[in-house]
Design a protein around this ligand. Structure first.
Ligand code: FVH
Length: 292
């Protein structure tokens, strides 16, 4: 698939916070951009900068060689695109709507049946970050589409391709978000512990950010142990040593809930009960892999 990224006509379906940010980057880069949103009136700034507003999704699809969908969810993607399968045939669709891996694979199969070249994406950025440092979008699905449009995709952030399985980008996306939410919950648990002592959340954040950033250097070591499959590696703190009883007790003493830290403690305890107390912390992945 040979494409001149400079002259390609792009249509963006969905002008929520993220759709507008994506379209804005395209318009600023000089791409012919047509935009559509279910509820009218959200294209104002984009039109002022040179985008064309389509009255219907069909009109937008017909205007674009490349169609970008950035809608609320999987159901809204089908609601908008199913009636347009015939018009999308022969065009390229990049779906940046957050969905589950199974839903992404279903969309890819739907697109293949309709003769639409399909790439799925997971956006690892907030709308304000699009086009700036730190913005990253994960892709999987058609490698031909990724290669052909890489230059354009890079306008939004670092573009990384994970292979032909359309569900992989979403899988990485949701796995990364899982890590993020548990980290945020851990931070807020810490805040809840210190605020009864008169410490503000901002003061705690100033300590927590550099500490937790430094702790991420441990990921590679844990990853090596998990990949090696041997949790007895020398030099690790044993699970018996890290039972987290002090953390649970201190939380209770501060009068705050213990659910967050007790969740980690339970993962540890299951491995100790199974006879792995002298093995390293990475072993708790076995509690996660085999739900109790
Ligand atoms: N915003 C973010 O920080 C995150 C970053 C990571 C990726 N997500 C995902 O991106 C998708 C779009 O997110 P968004 O921030 O643009 O979301 P909203 O501002 O809520 O806009 C939703 C748009 O979807 C349209 N829409 C909803 N349902 C339908 C439907 N049935 N038919 C047609 N369009 C529909 C909605 O239109 P309207 O309500 O204005 O008429 C908006 O354009 C999303 O998957 C995030 O998870 C963003």
């Amino acid at each position: 698939m040979a494409v001149d990224n400079n002259s390609v006509q792009v249509s963006v379906l969905g002008l929520g916070e993220m759709g507008r940010a994506l379209a804005d980057a395209l318009v600023k880069a000089g791409h012919g951009t047509t935009v559509w949103n279910r509820t009218p009136g959200r294209a104002g700034d984009l039109v002022a900068q040179g985008a064309r507003a389509a009255d219907t999704a069909g009109e937008a699809v017909r205007a674009g060689d490349l169609v970008i969908a950035c809608l609320l969810d999987h159901a809204s993607v089908h609601e908008v695109l199913d009636p347009l399968a015939g018009e999308l045939a022969g065009r390229t669709l990049i779906n940046l709507t957050t969905t589950s891996p199974a839903q992404a694979r279903e969309s890819a199969e739907w697109a293949a049946r309709a003769g639409i070249a399909y790439l799925d994406g997971g956006i690892m950025a907030t709308p304000e970050m699009i086009g700036g440092p730190g913005s990253s979008i994960l892709y999987s699905g058609s490698g031909e589409v990724f290669d052909a449009y890489k230059e354009l995709l890079d306008l939004w952030g670092t573009s990384t391709y994970f292979g032909e399985d359309a569900g992989l980008a979403c899988l990485y996306d949701l796995a990364l978000l899982s890590g993020m939410y548990v980290m945020f919950a851990g931070f807020l648990h810490g805040v809840a512990m210190v605020t009864p002592a008169g410490v503000t959340a901002s003061e705690f954040a100033a300590l927590a950010a550099p500490f937790m950033t430094a702790m991420t250097s441990g990921f590679e070591g844990f990853a090596a142990v998990v990949d090696g499959g041997d949790y007895t590696v020398e030099g690790q703190q044993s699970l018996s040593f890290s039972q987290l009883g002090d953390l649970v007790d201190a939380s209770a003493d501060q009068g705050v809930g213990t659910e967050v830290i007790a969740m980690v403690q339970a993962l540890i305890q299951r491995q100790i009960d199974a006879g792995h107390g002298e093995e390293g912390f990475a072993r708790i992945i076995e509690s996660i892999r085999q739900p109790g």
